[in-house]
Write a protein that binds this ligand. Structure first.
Ligand SMILES: Cc1cc2nc3c(=O)[nH]c(=O)nc-3n(C[C@H](O)[C@H](O)[C@H](O)COP(=O)(O)OP(=O)(O)OC[C@H]3O[C@@H](n4cnc5c(N)ncnc54)[C@H](O)[C@@H]3O)c2cc1C
Length: 418
């Protein structure tokens, strides 16, 4: 999304742009796939937009497709002592038994309201979300609501996530969620078509293997087995991959990159004959014994008729890349995950499954650290003409396609400066 957004603005301004993507379709983490009987594409990793995703909305209206963004209000459930409860509105928070029936509800309500309206995140990046929440909302509220969320997302890093990150989520996110008619891949394809129309080239299944400066201040890229010369290059891969393919990056910049942390993700996708639950999203605390930490029934957000009347389930988890699940086969992961589905619907059995897929990404979620704003590598690398625009440079916001668009367009605007 970042690379395509940059390419869109650069080709629009009349520049010659070549976009290389190592995979078989545009879209990276937000890309989708489709089987014959489906009308819509399905994102490999569950995706939705928020009504506050202004960069998506602006780009969509420039592409004349804003009317194809569909907003709905699907529900979110939270697990508490063997039962799932709604937890996606002030009223549901009031009724959520995990918060008890006294002062905790008040403290949860007041702190959430404060974070929704507070504008200054800079002071919040100096303290961890765990410490801030324990102090202001109380340890019980932290343990019931925020700790499970932070642990599901960041695992062993969860105690050290800056409060600015949690502020950003609470501050901007909406209960209204959006998707694109036909799936995110349709939006990405429209963007890619526009890049083509404006004279850009897109080469798929084409990896950039090496980047080096030339003596006349240009950049030599080794692309598959070819060597090509460019004036400027925007890398939208992970920062650590940029270091691998650009060994001459000066050490000061390289050490900033090396200090960044990130985690991967593994998602099992199932196409079922029957509906599993009546809800869209389930947050599952790490200590509740599920082999995954989020269950998303996509077809309680988008109609099953878009998927040939199949019911689409994601079972997802963020994991460090040295976790053994990254070495397990798709069959092993499926076997390990399936028994847990009876905790959502006791009638579930394997005969409900039409098809299944396992998707993995080693670079799925940057892990923010305290005072990150002063540690993020600059977009412009010390090598002339070489830029980095990665998820790790999105901050204080949680990375997402909205911010990938903003980042791609921001880096393009730097290139366009005289
Ligand atoms: C489980 C999960 C759930 C998510 N949910 C949401 C959501 O609900 N809403 C939302 O907006 N966002 C969501 N996101 C985040 C969103 O997908 C990303 O923030 C966004 O897609 C990042 O875009 P990007 O262009 O920065 O990077 P990527 O999408 O990672 O794109 C990088 C591209 O670079 C290519 N590449 C890498 N190295 C090379 C190389 N050497 N040569 C050539 N090509 C290369 C890759 O193939 C890829 O296409 C989710 C992500 C995950 C993993």
């Amino acid at each position: 999304m970042a690379g395509l957004s940059a390419a869109y603005d650069l080709t629009k301004a009349g520049h010659k742009v070549v976009l290389f993507d190592g995979s078989g379709e545009v879209g990276g983490l937000a890309s989708g796939f489709k089987v014959d009987q489906w009308e819509w594409t399905l994102e490999r990793f569950y995706h939705h937009w928020f009504a506050s995703d202004q960069h998506v909305l602006r780009l969509a209206s420039e592409l004349n497709c804003a009317q194809q963004i569909l907003f709905r209000r699907p529900d979110t459930m939270m697990y508490h002592q063997g039962t799932f409860y709604p937890l996606d509105s002030p009223m549901s928070a009031l009724l959520f038994p995990g918060l008890g029936w006294g002062i905790n509800k008040l403290r949860f309500g007041i702190t959430t309201l404060y974070l929704r309206f507070a504008k200054d995140w800079h002071s919040l990046e100096k303290i961890s979300a765990a410490d801030w929440m324990k102090h202001w909302a109380g340890t019980d509220v932290y343990r019931a609501i925020w700790e499970p969320l932070l642990k599901a997302k960041f695992g062993r890093y969860s105690d050290d996530i800056p409060m600015s990150w949690l502020w950003a989520r609470i501050h901007t996110r909406t209960a209204q969620l959006g998707t694109f008619q036909g799936g995110f891949q349709m939006f990405l394809n429209l963007l890619a078509d526009k890049v083509h129309e404006q004279g850009g080239e897109i080469h798929l299944n084409t990896r950039v293997r090496h980047i080096a400066p030339t003596t006349d201040s240009k950049l030599r890229l080794k692309v598959n087995d070819e060597e090509l010369i460019f004036d400027q290059c925007i890398a939208t891969c992970s920062p650590k991959e940029l270091l691998q393919i650009t060994p001459t990056i000066p050490t000061q910049y390289a050490s900033k990159v090396n200090n960044l942390q990130s985690i991967g993700a593994i998602v099992l996708v199932l196409a079922l004959k029957k509906r599993l639950t009546n809800h869209y999203w389930f947050n599952l605390p790490a200590n509740a014994g599920f082999p995954f930490l989020a269950l998303v029934e996509h077809t309680n957000f988008v109609s099953p008729s878009c998927f040939g009347d199949e019911h689409i389930i994601y079972c997802g988890q963020y994991l460090e890349t040295n976790h053994r699940k990254f070495l397990m086969t798709s069959e092993e992961i499926t076997r390990q995950y399936l028994p847990a589905l009876t905790r959502f619907n006791q009638n579930f059995d394997e005969s409900w499954i039409n098809k299944s897929w396992v998707f993995r990404s080693p670079y799925a979620q940057p892990v923010p650290s305290i005072n990150l704003s002063s540690k993020i590598p600059e977009l412009q690398t010390p090598i002339k003409g070489l830029w980095l625009a990665s998820m790790s440079q999105v901050y204080p916001w949680d990375r997402g396609t909205n911010f990938a668009i903003e980042l791609g367009r921001r880096v393009a605007s730097h290139l366009l400066k005289p």
